[in-house]
Ligand binder design. Sequence first.
Ligand SMILES: C[S@@+](CC[C@H](N)C(=O)[O-])C[C@H]1O[C@@H](n2cnc3c(N)ncnc32)[C@H](O)[C@@H]1O
Ligand SMILES: [Zn+2]
Length: 310
Amino acid sequence: MLATQIPLDFIKCTQCHSKRPLSSHQQGGNSSLQCPDCGSVFPKIDNVVGMISKERDKDTLKKFEHQWAVWGGDKVIFGKTSEEYEDRYLKEFANPIIKKGWFAGKRTLDAGCGHGMMVEVFNRLGAASVGLELGDGVFRAARRLEGKDILLVQGDILDIPFQENSFDYVYSNGVIHHTRDTRLAFKKLASIVKPGGGLDIWLYPKKGILWETTMYTGRLLTTRIPPALLSKLVYLLIPLLYVVPTWSRTSPRTHTLKQCAQVIYDWLSPKYQTHHTFDEVKKWYEEEGFEGIGEVKTTPLSMFGTKKSH
Ligand SMILES: C[S@@+](CC[C@H](N)C(=O)[O-])C[C@H]1O[C@@H](n2cnc3c(N)ncnc32)[C@H](O)[C@@H]1O
Ligand SMILES: [Zn+2]
């Protein structure tokens, strides 16, 4: 893999949180970054920088590692190819400050990038495209993105490995509601957006009491099932997708059984899963100094906002 041309000066030491940039080192075939203050060394393997320095949440790792081991190498993930991700993003998700030509010369982050398809999309749109991911799935994403000038960082949103005001645009789809503190994760992502930059977040919307109670009760059981077993059991539930629409619009009418199974596994496996309302998340944006806050009506709860410049 070619070494990325994206400068690494916005990466922050996760040991001492120094504001000074890490220095790059090369010894034999090994690359690393080193903190000028505490001396911590972080490995760089091809285009993946390892910035984990604290214990990660075990359940999140276990459930998503399994998901990416089973589905992460497929061409269609959450019902879409990379081209379909781009198409739907440009038609529906984009923050109004963002137009197709907007990405050239901008630095973007997909936080919780999983399979890496959106890192690929932002790269194709012309951005210096960075992906952040907690688990070793980041190495599968690296294989998918082989040969592209992108940067992947293995790190935790809750211990964000980037300096404040580093990105023109931060995107995070279906991620922070799987952390142990969704509000804190939002704050961390808001902090790394540059003034005038955009923050787009998709979270599970809170629905009626019947839905919320049924899901809460069902997930008390399913989150305790070992991932290898759950990823097989979910095939039994696929007929439900004829009547229950999914956020990704994956359905047995248009998708394979394996693609449907992923969506159900994703919903039923992780321990942490919070649901939110528009007013609640709008307040988060306001508290973090954002304006132009809105929701993509076709996909609740897909929210956008722009960081105030003053
Ligand atoms: C449901 S998947 C979504 C993947 C992708 N964003 C998408 O839309 O398809 C959630 C991803 O977030 C990652 N994740 C969860 N908690 C994280 C954290 N604290 N920091 C970084 N990534 C995290 C998981 O490992 C997983 O790959
Ligand atoms: Zn340090």
